[in-house]
Design a binder for this molecule. Structure first.
Ligand SMILES: Nc1ncnc2c1ncn2[C@@H]1O[C@H](COP(=O)(O)OP(=O)(O)OP(=O)(O)O)[C@@H](O)[C@H]1O
Ligand SMILES: Nc1ncnc2c1ncn2[C@@H]1O[C@H](COP(=O)(O)OP(=O)(O)OP(=O)(O)O)[C@@H](O)[C@H]1O
Ligand SMILES: [Mg+2]
Ligand SMILES: [Mg+2]
Lengths: 257, 257
C-alpha cells in the first residue's frame, strides 16, 4: 500500500519542487516504485524531470476535472521506477472549475485510490498557495505533509497559517494528516540569518525537523535546466549528498507505516 | 495623477515583495508620496514595513470585498511619505468570494480611483499566482508591470505564461498595461547559472530589462525581521545601493508619463 506524502508551503520559492523531485529520484534509485504528482500549474516538477508540458497527451488536469483515469495520465521518466503525473498550464483554471464540483477537495485522493498498490511512494508537489489544489494534495496525503522551510525570515512568518490549514484539513478531510517532517532548505552556513532561522524552527518543532539540512548549492539550480535530478546531474555535490541523506531519513520515518 | 505599477510574477520567491518594499522606501525618501498596496494573503510587504496584521482595524480585504473606502484602510509607516494598504490572512478566501462579484477583476482599480491625486506613486505587491488577486493588480496598473526575475533556471520557465496573462489583461481590462521593466534579482556573480539566466533575459527583452541588477545580499533577507526597508537597516550594503540605483531608473522611466 503506497505511502503518500505532500510537499507543501504557501511561501514561494522555498524548495518544494526541488525537494519533491530529488527525494523521488533517490527513492526510485533505492529500489522503490515512486509516483511524483505535480499539482502546480507552473509544472516545474514536470520539466525538472525532462518532460515538456506541450508534448503530453494528458495531464493531472484531465484526471481531476476531465474524468480521465490517472493511470492514463502517468508518464515514465528517464529514471527507472520513477513515474510522474505531469501538470499543465490548464491546471491554472482548475481551482475555479473545481469550486462547482461535489467533493472538490477529494478529487486527487479519489484519482489516486486505484493506483495505491502499484507504487511504494506517492509524492505530491504543491503550488505556492493554500487554495483548492494544495488542499487536494493535503487531503490525499495519507501519511503526512513534508514542509520545506527556507532559511529566511519571511519563510518563518508563513508557518502559522500553514499549520492552521493543516489542522483544518485534518479535522474535515483527512484525519491521518500529520506533519511528517520539516526540511531546512537553502541553508548558508556563512550567514547568521540561516543559523537563526534554523535554530528557531528547531525550537518550535524539536521532534519533527529532519536532521539533514539542505545547503544552498548552485548544482541544484542547474539540474532542472538539463531535465535531470541531482542524483544524475551532480551526484557528489553537496546538494546531492544532502538529498540522499534526507531520503534515508524519510525512509526511516516511513518504516512505521 | 499617481503613477501605478504592479510587481508580479507567479514564480514563488523571486523578490516581488523585496523589490516593491524597497523601491517604495527609496521613492518616499526621494520626496514622492508613495502608497504600497499589499494584495498577497501572506502579507509579507505589510510585515516588512513593521506592521502587524493582527493589530490592524482594516485591511485591503475590506476595501475589495467589504466596501470600506480604501482611504480608511491605509496606514502610515515609520517612513515619511510612505503609506501602506495592508494585507491580512482574510484575503486568502477573497479569490473565491470575488468570483461572484460583478466586475471582479476591477475591484482594486475602482478602490484606488478616489486616491490617485493624493499619491505620486502607487505600487502593488502580488501573490505568487495568476489568480484573481494578481489580475486585479494588473488591471489597476495604469503605467505597467515590473517583473522581478530571479537568476535561476526555473524562474525563466514561467515568463511565457506571465506574458500571456499580461496580454489577456491588456486586451480585456487595461489597454495601457505594458511591461514597465524586468528586474534581475538575487544575482550571484560567482555562478555561471546567474550569468546565463541574465544573458537569456537580456536577449529576450533587450529594451525592457533594467540596467541595475540586484545582487544576492543577506542584508535584504535580514531587514524584514526588523520591520525596516534596506534604506534604514543597512543603507550602504550592496542590496541598498542596488535598490537605490533601480529606483533612480524607475523614476527615469516614469518621467514620460
Ligand atoms: N538548496 C538549494 N540551493 C540552491 N538553489 C536551490 C536550492 N533549492 C532550490 N533551489 C533553486 O531555488 C529556486 C526555488 O526552488 P523551488 O522552485 O524548488 O521552490 P518552490 O518552493 O517549489 O517554488 P514555488 O513556490 O514557485 O513552487 C529554484 O530555482 C531552485 O532551482
Ligand atoms: N537580493 C536578495 N538577496 C538575498 N535575499 C533576498 C534577495 N531578495 C529577496 N531575498 C529574500 O529571498 C526571499 C524571497 O524574496 P521575496 O519574499 O521578496 O520574494 P517574493 O517573490 O515576494 O516571494 P512570494 O512568491 O512568496 O511572494 C525572502 O526571504 C527575501 O528576504
Ligand atoms: Mg515549486
Ligand atoms: Mg512576496
Amino acid at each position: 500500500m503506497a505511502i503518500i506524502y505532500a510537499f507543501a508551503n504557501q511561501k514561494g520559492g522555498v524548495g518544494k519542487t526541488t525537494t519533491a523531485v530529488n527525494v523521488s529520484a533517490y527513492l526510485a534509485a533505492a529500489g522503490y516504485r515512486v509516483l511524483l504528482v505535480d499539482i502546480d500549474p507552473q509544472a516545474n516538477a514536470t520539466s525538472s524531470l525532462g518532460l515538456s508540458v506541450h508534448d503530453l497527451p494528458h495531464s493531472i488536469y484531465d484526471a481531476l476535472i476531465g474524468a480521465v483515469p490517472l493511470a492514463n495520465v502517468i508518464q515514465p521518466t528517464r529514471r527507472p521506477r520513477l513515474t510522474i503525473a505531469p501538470s499543465s498550464p490548464a491546471l491554472a483554471g482548475a481551482e475555479v472549475e473545481m469550486v462547482e464540483i461535489d467533493g472538490r477537495e477529494r478529487l486527487l485522493a479519489q484519482a489516486l485510490t486505484p493506483l495505491l498498490r502499484y507504487h511504494d511512494f506517492i509524492l505530491i508537489d504543491s503550488p505556492p498557495s493554500l487554495g483548492l489544489l494544495t488542499v487536494n494534495g493535503l487531503a490525499a496525503a495519507r501519511n503526512g505533509v513534508i514542509i520545506p522551510v527556507q532559511c529566511e525570515y519571511l519563510a518563518l512568518e508563513g508557518l502559522t497559517r500553514l499549520l492552521q490549514t493543516i489542522q483544518l484539513v485534518r479535522e474535515r478531510l483527512n484525519p491521518g494528516l500529520r506533519i511528517a517532517g520539516l526540511v531546512l532548505t537553502m541553508y548558508d552556513a556563512r550567514t547568521n540569518l540561516s543559523q537563526q532561522v534554523a535554530a528557531e524552527v528547531r525550537r518550535h518543532f524539536p521532534r519533527q525537523v529532519f536532521e539533514t539540512v539542505i545547503p544552498r548549492n548552485v548544482r541544484l539550480g542547474e539540474a532542472p535546466s538539463y531535465g535531470e535530478p541531482i542524483l544524475t546531474y551532480a551526484p557528489s555535490s553537496a546538494g546531492a549528498l544532502a538529498y540522499a541523506a534526507l531520503t534515508r531519513e524519510i525512509i526511516g520515518r516511513s518504516l512505521r507505516f
